[in-house]
Ligand binder design. Structure first.
Ligand code: AMP
Ligand code: ZN
Length: 116
């Protein structure tokens, strides 16, 4: 998938509707369209990487920023005490379906333990 046809690039650029909960010059966070938990937010870098594997040489501060935004949003949503999960899927075995790097923030209810 090219950046031109990438749905998450379009959301980051404000060209595709999404329920955006946070945006700055480096990252955008928005509610997942098919939530798998009471809280299910996606945090993406505005810059296109097809997955974490593609971001292996990216600015480490950008990846750290994504995780800090996830932690801040977890506090905002009030799920930091009950707990939550931050996960990113890479490639076919993980079930990755959108090929723009994204971190899922999941919480608000007990999560199934699915490690493989
Ligand atoms: P993954 O399977 O890890 O690639 O996750 C992709 C996620 O993106 C899924 O949870 C989808 O429900 C979600 N998703 C796909 N399209 C959109 C969209 N336009 N707005 C918000 N979430 C989306
Ligand atoms: Zn993209």
């Amino acid at each position: 998938m090219t950046e031109q046809s990438c749905i998450f690039c379009a959301i980051a650029a404000g060209q595709q509707p999404a329920t955006v909960v946070y945006r700055d010059d480096r990252v955008t966070a928005f509610w997942d369209i098919r939530p798998q938990a009471k809280v299910h937010v996606l945090i993406i870098p505005n810059q296109h990487f097809s997955s974490l594997d593609d971001a292996i040489n990216a600015d480490p501060a950008l990846l750290g920023h994504c995780l800090q935004v996830a932690a801040r949003l977890a506090r905002e949503q009030g799920i930091h005490t009950t707990g939550y999960r931050v996960v990113t899927n890479v490639g076919p075995h993980s079930g990755q379906s959108v090929f723009h790097l994204h971190f899922h923030l999941l919480g608000g209810n007990p999560l199934r333990l699915a490690l493989g």
